[in-house]
Design a protein around this ligand. Structure first.
Ligand code: DGL
Length: 276
């Protein structure tokens, strides 16, 4: 039986990816899972992020999703490779797939940058994993990368505190730290799916001429391309234009908060689930 595309994030951040994916692939069905009860992931160890992500992905598989997008850089950095190379092949259906956000972002960053000096902002976990540096060095060795971990940004978004002076303080602090290390940066990877929600504050403190780009569009483009190259997977996705939402926290809280991220016109009815 056909089933939705699964989209996973530690919390609300993946909604920024989901939004662009749905705009670009409106005919398909989607099932979003936010592990809000255990967010943030960015300060957790490799093992913990891997275990949490694996449980979440297999819970989306158990609900029928043949394809799951890790709409989370921390999970992509710490769990994607093991899921793809070890867990999927030995699962009861090895034809299911998991895709991440880092590769499409790196490709987009190279095409946007003229100076070939790129800044990466991410969670402590993503920055410590050096996933962006490694992927950029592999694909575009001429690029110079500087990364900065912004541990307060996800809690600001999860707690819906983005419009406050505290948010501006922490945005400014990390942008200053990044640009003081390389003034030639002309392209900024927002390497955490929560960060586009802070874009108004980020733009306020960005040096002129620097392009800060959210990942939604390039991930959506890459997924569309993937489905066109894999008709065997495309044929397993259900089409109805529906989106359903699961959260490990309160369903009411998620439904309300998701509206602020996706737009007030959205009628969202989230369902609470336990991940074990
Ligand atoms: N939104 C996630 C990311 O892209 C994770 C944030 C977190 O839970 O720390 O990294």
């Amino acid at each position: 039986m056909n089933a939705p595309i699964g989209i996973f994030d530690s919390g609300y951040g993946g909604l920024t990816i989901f939004q662009k994916i749905r705009e670009s692939l409106p005919a398909y069905d989607f099932l979003y899972l936010g592990d809000n009860a255990r967010a943030p992931y960015g300060t957790r160890s490799f093992e913990v992020v891997y275990e949490f992500t694996k449980t979440a992905v297999f819970s989306l598989f158990a609900r029928g999703c043949p394809l799951v997008i890790l709409a989370c850089n921390t999970a992509s950095a710490k769990a994607l490779r093991t899921l793809q190379q070890e867990d999927l092949p030995k699962s009861d259906d090895p034809t299911r797939r998991v895709l991440g956000v880092i590769r499409p972002t790196v490709e987009a960053a190279d095409s946007l940058s003229r100076t070939k000096h790129i800044g990466v902002l991410g969670t402590e976990g993503t920055v410590a994993s050096r996933s962006y540096e490694l992927e950029l060095a592999k694909l575009f060795p001429q690029i110079r990368v500087v990364s900065e971990a912004c541990p307060m940004w996800v809690p600001l978004v999860e707690n819906r505190e983005t419009g406050t002076p505290a948010a501006e303080f922490f945005v400014k602090r990390h942008l200053n730290a990044l640009f003081s290390r390389d003034e030639k940066i002309d392209t900024l990877i927002l390497g955490c799916t929560h960060y586009p929600i802070l874009l108004p504050q980020i733009r306020k403190f960005l040096p002129p001429g620097v392009n800060a780009f959210p990942q939604g569009e390039c991930v959506a483009r890459s997924l569309k391309n993937y489905l066109s190259r894999h008709p065997e997977m495309e044929g397993r996705i259900s089409r109805g234009g529906n989106a359903n939402f699961l959260t490990t926290e309160s369903a009411e809280r998620f439904s309300l908060a998701a509206k602020t991220f996706l737009g007030e016109h959205e009628a969202i009815f989230a369902e609470h689930i336990e991940l074990k």
